[in-house]
Write a protein that binds this ligand. Structure first.
Ligand SMILES: Nc1ncnc2c1ncn2[C@@H]1O[C@H](COP(=O)(O)OP(=O)(O)OP(=O)(O)O)[C@@H](O)[C@H]1O
Length: 242
């Protein structure tokens, strides 16, 4: 289980980006974080992954206070993060990345399964280098596959839909549903996509660095769909238990 307690993050110039966010993501749940551009979703994900250090507040993962741990230590504990804009690694192949993520060598069948889950054909991709030769959408899907390879207890996906075509996106939605059904990982997904919101267990709406709404998707999604304005949600609870 992941619990954020009064989490805040400010820039060196004192600008507050994440402001007193508290929430809980229970084991095996698919929690989707949404909200207007610039609201603080990616910053929040980076705080959980250890790419940013909070200004105040706590992050509790599986009962342990991980607020003081760096990204490597958090990765060891089982937190995997898929960047909004994946990093390219010249000299590494798709196979290398997936094997590093998995922590062991992978058979052709395993590579095929992992890449298939993001709509890529293994034969075409396992030998490809992770450089500019891969399109943005291909790179994004390879990175998602690398997080799947980790089999981490907490997987964070930042806008997995970005740059992905409709057919691959449909496959990705199935993959999230399969993962959720397996209860293997808690999934924290940042997304603006209604299709992803519609398969969530819980939805958290972040705007201006604060939780504006949170609760079961069956409750929150109809409200979001009914409210086309930006920010899409009324100001509300600042502490969420999901
Ligand atoms: N390192 C930084 N330096 C300056 N400003 C930053 C930095 N990181 C985030 N911000 C600002 O903080 C705000 C929140 O950014 P963040 O990327 O977390 O939003 P978001 O909700 O993920 O947005 P989007 O939906 O567009 O991806 C934005 O105004 C952004 O410009």
């Amino acid at each position: 289980m992941l619990t954020l307690e009064h989490l805040a993050w400010s820039l060196p110039d004192g600008t507050d980006i994440v402001k007193d966010v508290s929430l809980t993501a229970k084991d095996g749940k698919l929690v989707v974080v949404t909200g207007p551009n610039g609201g603080g979703k990616t910053s929040l994900a980076k705080l959980v992954a250890g790419l940013h250090t909070q200004t105040s507040g706590k992050i509790i993962f599986d009962g342990k206070d991980i607020s003081g741990l760096d990204i490597t230590e958090r990765a060891r504990l089982g937190i995997a993060y898929a960047f909004q804009q994946p990093v390219r690694f010249k000299g590494l192949t798709v196979r290398d990345l997936l094997e590093i993520a998995a922590g062991h060598e992978l058979s052709e069948d395993e590579l095929c399964d992992l890449l298939g889950r993001v709509g890529l054909c293994a034969d075409e991709y396992i030998g490809r280098e992770l450089d500019s030769g891969l399109s943005g959408g291909e790179m994004k899907r390879v990175e998602i596959a690398s997080v799947l390879a980790r089999r981490a207890p907490l997987c964070i996906f930042d806008e997995p839909e970005a740059g992905i075509d409709l057919w691959s996106f449909a496959r990705l939605v199935e993959t999230f549903q399969d993962l959720r059904a397996s209860r293997q990982s808690t999934l924290l997904v940042i997304s603006h996509q209604e299709r992803i919101l519609s398969i969530a267990d819980e939805i958290v709406v972040i705007a201006d660095g604060r939780v504006r709404q949170a609760g079961p998707a069956s409750l929150i999604l109809p409200m979001l769909l009914a409210d086309e304005s930006t920010p899409r949600c009324p100001l509300g609870k600042e502490r969420a238990s999901v």
